[in-house]
Write a protein that binds this ligand. Structure first.
Ligand code: GAP
Length: 457
């Protein structure tokens, strides 16, 4: 019997699990770390790849009206004039006259330094884009910026994509990539960092149909998180007030998640109207209008932008999946990660290191890893090995025991229920494939008939 030990997750537990099990490390840790930059370890990189894969599958692979793009991080500097980032992408900063620490003035409750209580300067605007130089000479003419969002790479390629794919409106372009912001207020682990990854869609529509598409994408994106296992009650839609709206947005909603520090933005969905294509037309001199073959009209499409963060998704998914329960007198920590997201899908565990068992277990391991990320663990007791896999969210463990040598069967143990079934080794792949894709499967003991759907009585 299991019972919940605690329903509350605090950030420290997530940070500690990520550190301990190799999901996420501070960047350049041996040098003391680099503020607000993070390295994804062996399990973190798999989780992140799986999140991106799930997003790409949902928004590109399974749709007729979407194509992908991978634009470069460094873009022509005029891009950022046109986008408004050079002028408008800034936070108001104040500096403490005593300790010289800088703070975002809109985060402060009064005019005193939160660190030493000292007097603060008047606010000055501080641009959040990272600057660097292209070529060997560091001069104003060679300044380029690390992109603060992936979106602009899509806007400047709009005509290229229309011309080469012959996509007709409405259609979207999707992109996953790194973005950089010299954030002033960082913290809360990977929630706000200076280097992060975005998953952005720019969906081009005929003006007048934008509201309908905006509503469509709000629902579609919210459902994506729910399908990946995030509890609906931990998600909400929050509309931006007029004062909050970005310079390009006509309307915007955030999909907020209830993080350990409170409700905060997971994804933003904006109706950008024709702002971006009009701006790039005016700065580049290139016509970015769309020609509608049916109505014979030329017009500038409106854009609906669902813009998500890979790192914030990872944090929300980890927080939502984290669980502790009392099992057999001790606390079992587990991640209820959706199988599609779990870094390791199956762990193969020989009951002992005896050679005869190892030969069979290694064969099973070799066979399964051709299909999935699988790990092999033969260290310590079987109970401890199960716990280790639970803690990193591995949905299934396959145990090879002495009986396996005789009956050519192995045990599949499920993470969430801890139920075990015994199945023929020759059917392992088929059964695991069905289970990983969420099919109901029952196996008659001992390791006999397997069927799908309703349990036979
Ligand atoms: N193109 C629109 C855009 O970039 P945004 O709301 O500034 O909009 C979109 O960013 C998403 O990118 C956010 O919802 C968040 O998930 C992620 N994001 C933004 N800044 C971030 C940061 N400093 N650290 C981690 N993720 C960030």
């Amino acid at each position: 019997m299991t019972e919940p030990a605690s329903t509350k997750v605090d950030m420290e537990k997530i940070v500690s699990l990520c550190r301990r099990r190799g999901f996420i490390f501070p960047s350049s840790e041996i040098y003391g770390g680099l503020s607000s930059c993070w390295d994804y370890g062996p399990l973190g990189v798999e989780l992140k790849r799986n999140i991106k894969e799930a997003w790409w599958r949902a928004v590109v692979q399974e749709r007729d009206d979407m194509v992908g793009l991978d634009a470069s991080i460094l873009m022509h500097p005029q891009t950022w004039e046109a986008s408004g980032h050079l002028k408008g992408f800034a936070d108001p900063l104040v500096e403490c006259k005593s300790c010289h620490l800088r703070w975002r003035s809109d985060d402060l409750e009064d005019n005193n330094c939160p660190s030493c209580g000292g007097e603060l300067t008047e606010p000055r605007l501080f641009n959040l884009m990272f600057k660097t130089f292209m070529g060997p000479i560091e001069e104003e003419a060679s300044v380029v910026y690390l992109r603060p969002e992936t979106a602009q790479g899509i806007f400047v390629n709009f005509q290229n994509v229309v011309n080469t794919t012959r996509k007709r409106l409405p259609f979207g372009i999707a992109q996953i990539g790194k973005a950089f912001r010299n954030e002033i207020t960082t913290g809360n682990f990977i929630f706000r960092s200076r280097e992060f990854e975005q998953m952005e869609i720019e969906f081009f529509v005929k003006p007048g149909t934008d509201q309908e598409w905006f509503n469509y994408w709000l629902e579609e994106r919210l459902n994506w998180y729910v399908k990946l296992g995030i509890k609906r009650e931990n998600l909400r839609l929050r509309q931006h007030t007029k004062g909050e709206l970005a310079h390009y947005a006509r309307e915007c909603y955030d999909i907020d998640y209830l993080f350990p520090m409170g409700w905060a933005e997971l994804e933003g969905i904006a109706n950008r109207g024709d702002f971006d294509l009009v701006q790039h037309t005016s700065f580049s001199g290139k016509n970015l209008e769309y020609f509608d073959d049916e109505t014979k009209e030329h017009f500038v499409p409106y854009i609906i932008e669902p813009s998500a963060g890979v790192d914030r998704s990872a944090l929300a998914l980890l927080c939502d999946a984290y669980d502790e329960e009392l099992a057999e007198g001790e606390t079992r920590v587990l991640l209820h990660l959706h199988p599609a997201l779990a870094p390791i899908k199956v762990a193969v565990l020989p009951l002992s290191r005896r050679e005869k068992l190892v030969v069979v277990a290694k064969q099973v391991y070799a066979d399964l890893r051709r299909q999935w990320m699988v790990s092999y663990d033969d260290a310590q007791s079987i109970g401890r090995r199960y716990r280790r896999q639970d803690e990193i969210g591995t949905p299934f463990c396959v145990t090879v025991d002495f009986q396996s040598l005789e009956d050519e069967q192995a045990t599949i143990r499920e993470r969430d229920t801890m139920n075990q079934i015994r199945v023929p080794i020759s059917d392992l792949k088929t059964i695991l494939a069905a289970k990983l894709s969420g099919e109901e499967l029952f196996v008659l003991p001992p390791g006999g008939k397997i069927w799908k759907g309703e349990r036979e009585t």
